[in-house]
Design a protein around this ligand. Sequence first.
Ligand code: GUN
Length: 282
Amino acid sequence: MTDIIDGKGLAARIRRELTQECADITARRGRPPGLAVVLCGDDPGSATYVRNKAKAATEVGILSEVIRRPATHSQAELLADVDQVNARPDIDAFLVQLPLPAGMDANAVIERIAPEKDGDGIHPLNLGRLMMGVPGPRPCTPQGILALLDYACTELKGARAVVIGRSLIVGKPVALLLQERHATVTMCHSRTTNLADEVARADVVVVAAGKPRLVRGEWIKPGATVIDVGTNRVNDKWVGDVDFDGAIGRAQAITPVPGGVGPMTIAMLLANTVRAASLRHR
Ligand code: GUN
C-alpha cells in the first residue's frame, strides 16, 4: 500500500494556524502582515501561480498586492520597482515571480530585494544563512518538502536521499535542508550518467527536474518516499516528474500532482510573510 501524501490537506491546516497568528499580529500592531508579488511579463503559468498566492494570502488575513509589469519593462524599471517595495511600510515580505522575461538578469533583481523582506528566501544573504545553518527565511518549496516528509513520518537521519534538479529555488536548497536533518544526499541533474541506479539506491527521492514522468516507477526502491515537485502541462492535464501510476505499489509514500508540493509552497510563502511581519514588529 502506498500512502498518497495529502499536501493540500496539510497546507490547509498550516493556513488555519497562520490565520490565527495573522489576527494576533493585526491586533497587536493595528495593521495586517503585507505581501506583494511582482509579476513581470506574460508567462501564463506564472500568472496562475501569482493569482493563487494572492488569493491564499487574502484568505489568511494577509494584505496582498500583485504588482503587474509588462514584458517590455526594462531591467532598470524593475529594479526601481523593487526599491519602492523595499521602502513600503505596509509590505513585510515580497517576491518577484520567476522566470523573468528574456534578457532580464534575475540574479541582479534578487540581490536588490531587502533581505528582511525576502518572501522566497533566495537573497544571497539568506541562502548564505541557510548554508551556515543560522536562522533566516528559507526557500518556500524546500521548506514545504521537509514538512511533507515529516508529515509522512519519513526517517531522514541516515537515510539516502537523491535530489534530481539543481535549481536555486528547489534543488540546491532542499539538498542543504536534507543534510541538516542528517540525510546522505546525492544531487542528480540532466548530465547524471545513470539516473536509474541513483534512484534505485534512494530511501527518499525529491524530483524537481521539470520533465514529465522522468522517474519511472520501476526505478524506485520499494519502501522509498517520493516527493514530486514537477508541474508539467501535458494534454491539458497536470503531470509530475514521476510516473505516478508506476510508483504506486512500490513507494511507501508519494506526493500527488496536483495537490502535493504546490499547496505547500504557497503555505510556506504565507508563513515567511507572517514571520517577517512578526520579526519587524518586535
Ligand atoms: N516561479 C516558480 N516558483 C517560484 C517561486 O517559488 N518563487 C518565485 N519567485 N518564482 C517562482
